[in-house]
Design a protein around this ligand. Sequence first.
Ligand code: PMP
Ligand code: GLN
Length: 389
Amino acid sequence: LTNPDGSIGETIYGQMTKFAAEVGAVNLGQGAPGTEPPEELIEATAAAMRAGFNQYAPGQGFPQLLEAVAAQRSRDFGQNVSPDKVLYTAGATEGLTAAILALLPRGGSLVAFEPFYDSYPAAIAAAGGTLHTVPILPDGHGDFGPDWEAFDRVVAEVEPQIILVNTPHNPTGFIFTADDLARIGRAAASVDAWVLSDEVYEQLVLTEQGHVPPAVAIEDSARVVTVSSAGKSWNTTGWKIGWVIASPEVRQAVQTVKQFLSFTAGGPMQIGMADMLSGDSQFVAENRASLQARADVLVPACRTVPGAEVSTPRAGYFTVVDFSAVTDLDAFELNERLAREFSLVGIPVPALCRPGSPAYEAYRSSIRYSFCKSVADVDKGAQLFIALG
Ligand code: PMP
Ligand code: GLN
């Protein structure tokens, strides 16, 4: 659960954002961009507001958005998607929660990779299910990999109803290969589980490797439920434009749950985003280049701290810094001390793990830093690391 003591409290992201403001520290915590969406998106959304898209959208979402998402998945990833497979959700968070509530029976099991996004355990708890985890561990050379032996063992032992995979992965930036995903697909087939895929960083791969959606790599794609959103790629995390893609039957089941969570949200933003997803905007490519440039400032600065093990971000918004060779403090204590003494706040990685798990221990002294912040904040953060070094 969210807090180290096992309780569900305010998310670590909310806590750290408040803490940074309180102590006047540079906030490299929450993955909320310090850069703006494209002007053309704001104009398209304003035009939708003026054109009267201001009341409840249809429960499935505006057809323009459903068509644009279907076209985008086919164009970018070769995923065969028709609009009847797409559901608008209020961000990926609502999509994940609605899918878990729809597909996980009370008393059921879900296997996820750890560290994980903190809404997973809360949604599983709401569904009355149990979370089992498989660690994604540092390889000692700045990269990461899942513990496949643990994966095979856990899936065989608990026979989960859902296997949840987040690729590219927050916080490590690990990108599952087509082979990795095929392996997950075979494991899912062996116990007849759904594969729930969280792909919010799909557009933000910073290497040549390329994002492969589980629905493309897994032969029996009918068992895959894809969740993604526009927030990270388009610097619109506050708009909550997300989607679920599944067979029409599963999409309908998820929609049945979703209608009683938010019913619907973001009407004019759905229309504006539909315009962007179906257009030929260069924005996402520019955003990727800009993220890489900010990573190129922050990561080398982190590496000036003697003994710090700094990850090379392959995708997404984050670098993970392991301070275990530098200090005996755990990540919570160290983050607080760095905030008070060096004016720098990140996210303790154990906050994204289950207390006492192998991942929790492996990341005991690791802190996640976001380079999606403004150029000024990333520069300030980098200067603080250099001073710390
Ligand atoms: N999954 C992961 C892995 C995330 O990092 C986040 C945070 N954006 C989400 C889901 C939630 O996405 P959204 O803001 O679209 O709800
Ligand atoms: N997903 C974002 C992150 O990992 C935070 C989202 C939130 O604040 N709930 O930083």
